[in-house]
Design a protein around this ligand. Sequence first.
Ligand code: XMP
Length: 510
Amino acid sequence: MVIILNFGSQFAHLIARRVRDLGVKAEILPFDTPASEIQKHNPVGIILSGGPASVLEKGSPRPDKPIFKIGIPVLGICYGHQVMAQMLGGKVAKGKHREFGKENLAIKNKSGIFQTLSSKEVVWFSHGDQVSALPKGFKQTASTIGCKYAAFADLQNNFYGIQFHPEVTHTQHGEKLLKNFLFSICKAKKNWRINSVTENIVAEVKNEVGDRHVVVGISGGVDSLVAATLIHRTIGNRLHAVFVDTGLLRKGEVEQVASYLRKNGFRQLHVIDASPLFLKRLKGISDPEQKRKIIGHSFIEVFEKAIKNELKKHTIAYLAQGTIYPDRIESASTSKTVAKIKSHHNLTLPEKMGFKILEPIKDLYKDEVRRVGLTLGLPRELLWRHPFPGPGLAVRIVGEITEERLQILREADSVFIEELRKAGEYEKIWQAFAALLPVKVVGVMGDGRTYEYVIALRAVDSIDGMSADWHKIPNELLEKISSAIIGKVRGVNRVLYDITQKPPATIEYE
Ligand code: XMP
């Protein structure tokens, strides 16, 4: 495997994904992980990621210096390139001007990471500081007009530094460069394949759980579904799955997921219809934070009660969760990787009951979870669903939640999604849904005036939900969707398309 030291979470994740896509296992560790700890993983190479800090600031992050004595190749990218130069005796200075965006790189030495590349390459820069003097034993290997030491190398020790980002797609031959580092310099083996990943997880679960029982919560989402399917494949009906129907899920979601699981042999599937309880507790509540709290607490209460029921019949040792890799890796600033429990899974029960936590997909990225799902035979339709928030439709109905409003929203959302799927637009969009605005407006239908709700459609392009742009649905399709909603959904006489970016708007309405 290759270790990536995390100087900025977004950068580290992108590098790890690229490395894994090339077939090599990549693990992200905090930037200050002791060299002795890194050695325990037996890595073939180390990558120092980019990050938002400046090496010129006091107290900026540094790796453990003995990592340069382990005797394995090191690649420093952007911040990692500067920190390596500085720690090994070179100098870093504030650049005269910031380089940001595409730059032409002139390659002076086509060995090492630059083998098989051209003498001129387009690369992507984003930095203010730059290396101004090289450490002893290092040579300049590439430059740009504004940056003399855009790349350097100590070929003897296999240390490489690059000021630009090979992990972004704007760097034309970034993948080739990473390949050179992995296979030609680190001599990494190509053994991170999704089939073997699946087999390894199954073996690990078998080994860990033995003949004991496990309980898992199903949310309707991809992660819990894949985690549950993997465990079920391993231990069969010693897996007890609990699916809480809050009444706030999308149209047909509970039935679709539950019937899939039943058809695939889940005998211990307990679908709890808690919608009357949720509706009762949400009655008259329009404050978004209060809604969230009520939903969170009620969910835990119902879930725990269901588990206690199971405990009367079986001795259960584990609570399984669909935690995935990005959930666990915190930002570099805290320098600690911690296992975070997803907020809507934040139960008190594991401690009280002495449950151990089982997280079979904790090392996978979302796209890997989906590919594991495919190898397990899960249908694409369930695996490629857009993200859905824990509080469900409650954050898509502005104001009070009533059965009538839920019914209208579920229908409108379902028509919207169906039209997107039919037009082949659904998989181009990161997240799409309908929201209900709690105002009634005037319309005209036939000879009469109508006085009905407004539906807002939201469809966004995003990478991680942190920022988003509104998706440009073709006008003809928008028109079709609007007519279909008005035609099929009673109680709506106006459809709006939301053209706000995040920020300033959020993706959800509450
Ligand atoms: P916002 O609305 O904050 O959403 O721009 C960003 C992403 O997070 C999802 N989201 C949630 N997910 N519990 C969740 O599990 C929540 O309370 C929650 N609120 C928002 C949202 O769907 C989007 O993908």
